[in-house]
Ligand binder design. Structure first.
Ligand code: ATP
Length: 458
């Protein structure tokens, strides 16, 4: 993109338009069912998108399970007994206030339009008359089995958390877990959102990364503060721009029916500050309710003291797909790299942490001929075991670097004539564009070290 194409406000910055267009152009995210005109609220993750999503999920999973001796994983079913959602309060409370415009038929969440419009019942889009506010349950409902009747109602889960609560006793028993301990889960969730906009920010089908930490009553405030610290540190470790993150404490009107205290981590998206993740002190609400509705005793018995109690739960709940959008926005950069007037003077680069970049290292032969392509393929084969790799032999080398920059590939290895003589290659760094000469045999170790010690500079 040349300077002329960028207006002043968007120059060099991530805008939703640029992110959406890059995501499609490079195969990160496509509109669902696009050839039929698209399905709102649903998106498909293309070759680079699924790699990025898996990598983010892997980073979170490692952080929450492998690096914590006291947290174990779970993969519960999406379809659960309908009583679960009565016990959880979702059947009764999981509603958004909805208003419709009688004139232009637009639909709004009453809490997301200016209060003066709501009071005057005036559509913020066309000035038409708005309907009264009514409650709209966000759970998708369907029927299981052949007969569509009330008795067969089943819901698509609107959060992954309940799968953890109903398995809490199983896990205490099977894995001999001692309080405090946590259960982590990544999976799909579905919400019939009234308004889905801003690309993948708010969708009807999405993924969550949730961890429920079970603690002794009375220690919950301490653990809640501890998990706030740990979740903040997580984003620091991912190399996110920390001045784009802030805490937002839920006021009394915002607190969910189950929550004793709740904070959101908000990110400064191109459309403003928005929730990225919630850290909640859910008190003993969940297990008490499941105990009551299932008739099962869900008390924890401390083997040493013989104390019995319903544990309190501290929850960290992050959107995986929303994290992916955040990381795309956060990584996006446009940089002046050469003389003005040249087509290539601005490079678009995604500055992903190498641990989550869809491709870690691309191998590029300078020329296809004279055995360079064979040597490059060979090097790629060696690197494949340890890293996500790409191979590109078409076009000028500068353009190939740009393509990798735009995909967020942190390292490129270039094979040239000197490589054939002395087994050295060029290692190019995405962020600084610095190139060093390195022995082929040292590549794997060097890349490992670069990933481990990565520090974002821009
Ligand atoms: P909101 O107020 O934005 O509707 P919420 O407070 O209901 O969200 P939670 O129930 O706390 O959200 O969900 C935890 C996380 O799951 C959110 O921080 C967000 O990252 C993600 N999430 C929730 N709803 C959606 C959605 N419709 N699309 C994508 N991600 C979502």
């Amino acid at each position: 993109m040349s300077d002329n194409n960028m207006n002043e406000t968007s120059a060099g910055k991530a805008t939703m338009e640029k992110i959406t267009s890059l995501a499609k152009r490079r195969g990160f995210v496509f509109q669902s069912s696009e050839i039929y005109g698209g399905q709102s609220g649903a998106w498909d993750y293309g070759p680079l998108g699924i790699e990025l999503k898996n990598r983010i999920a892997g980073f979170w999973w490692k952080e929450m399970t492998q690096l914590h001796d006291d947290i174990v994983g779970l993969d519960a079913a999406i379809l659960m007994h309908p009583r679960v959602w009565e016990a959880s309060g979702h059947v009764e409370n999981f509603t958004d206030p909805l208003v419709d415009c009688k004139k232009c038929k637009s639909r709004f969440r009453a809490d997301q339009i200016p209060p003066e419009n709501l009071a005057a019942k005036k559509c913020p889009d066309c000035g038409g008359e708005l309907t009264d506010t009514r409650k709209f349950n966000l759970m998708f409902q369907t029927h299981i089995g052949a007969v569509e009747e009330e008795a067969n109602v089943i819901y698509l889960r609107p959060e992954t958390a309940q799968g953890i609560y109903v398995n809490y006793k199983n896990i205490v028993q099977s894995n001999r877990m001692k309080i405090p301990f946590g259960i982590a889960q990544i999976g799909k969730a579905f919400r019939n959102e009234i308004v889905t906009k801003n690309f993948i920010f708010r969708t009807c089908e999405f993924e969550q990364m949730e961890m429920q930490y079970f603690v002794k009553p009375g220690t919950d405030v301490e653990w809640f503060n501890e998990w706030k610290k740990r979740r903040w540190a997580y984003y620091e470790k991912l190399g996110v721009k920390m001045d784009h993150l802030r805490w937002h404490q839920h006021g009394p009107d915002e607190l969910a029916h189950y929550a004793k205290d709740a904070y959101d981590i908000e990110y400064l998206f191109p459309m403003g500050w928005k929730e990225l993740e919630g850290v909640h002190n859910r008190s003993d609400y969940d297990l008490s309710r499941h105990s009551q509705f299932s008739g099962k005793d869900l008390q924890y018995i401390d083997q040493e003291t013989n104390e019995r109690y319903i544990p309190f739960i501290v929850e960290t709940s992050a959107g995986l797909t929303r994290n992916l959008l955040m990381l795309l926005c956060d990584a996006y950069d446009e940089e002046q790299v050469a003389d003005k007037g040249n087509d290539d003077d601005i490079r678009t680069v995604l500055r992903f942490h190498p641990a989550i970049a869809p491709v870690t290292v691309a191998v590029l032969p300078l020329m296809k001929k004279d055995g360079l392509a064979e040597m490059a393929s060979d090097i790629r084969k060696e690197l494949k075991e340890d890293f996500a790799t790409d191979y590109d032999q078409s076009g000028a080398i500068g353009r190939r670097y740009r393509r990798q920059d735009e995909a967020g590939t942190p390292f490129c290895v270039t094979v040239d004539y000197e490589s054939k003589e002395n087994n050295t290659v060029t290692l190019r760094f995405r962020d600084s564009m610095e190139q060093i000469r390195i022995n082929r045999a040292e590549l794997t170790e060097r890349l490992r070290k670069e990933i481990r010690e990565y520090k974002r500079v821009k």
